[in-house]
Design a protein around this ligand. Structure first.
Ligand code: ZN
Ligand code: ZN
Length: 163
């Protein structure tokens, strides 16, 4: 499980991120796109299948599907979508998919409309591989292999296949 994420001039590389690293990522996205901190819990739910994530109002908890962690665009989008549910809910506004408040906040933050993205295989056109440790990375877009390194061993990444 790897995420490579470019933001604020830094590369965030996570390999099997700890709870704290995932919390930090969600909080950073919350501050960047919603200008408010994320003050509750986020965790991985390994039983989620095609759902990228979900928000549980009763626990104020965001659950994320670790299968999407490899694909940073998708994963960031899922977190932003769940943060829309979260912020509206804790502020007592309409936080469900049909609510106007929810639709407006999705637009304002440029978040994806659905929790259920397409199957990963259909979306990822590029497969990269670490020359040192053979870890594979699937990506929707092209990656600058001079800039990105393997999140696991910092080895060089090469394009293996593109569809
Ligand atoms: Zn949703
Ligand atoms: Zn490697």
């Amino acid at each position: 499980m790897i995420i490579l994420w470019y933001g604020r001039g830094e590369f965030f590389q996570m390999y099997q991120p700890t709870d704290k690293e995932v919390y930090d990522l969600v909080n950073a996205l919350s501050i960047r796109y919603f200008h408010k901190p994320f003050l509750h819990q986020v965790k991985f739910n390994h039983r989620l299948r095609t759902t990228g994530g979900r928000y549980i109002p009763a626990k104020k908890t965001i659950e994320l599907n670790p299968k999407y962690l490899e694909i940073e665009d998708e994963f960031i989008g899922i977190i932003k979508h769940e943060l829309c549910h979260y912020h509206l809910h804790i502020e007592g506004k309409g936080y469900k998919h049909g609510d106007q408040d929810f639709k407006r906040l999705l637009r304002e933050t440029n978040s994806p409309r659905y929790c259920k993205p397409l199957p990963l295989q259909q979306k990822c056109k590029y497969v990269y591989k670490c020359k040192a440790c053979d870890q594979e990375f699937r990506r929707i877009r092209r990656v600058n292999t001079n800039k990105y390194r393997c999140g696991r061993c910092k080895g060089k990444i090469v394009l293996q296949q593109s569809y």
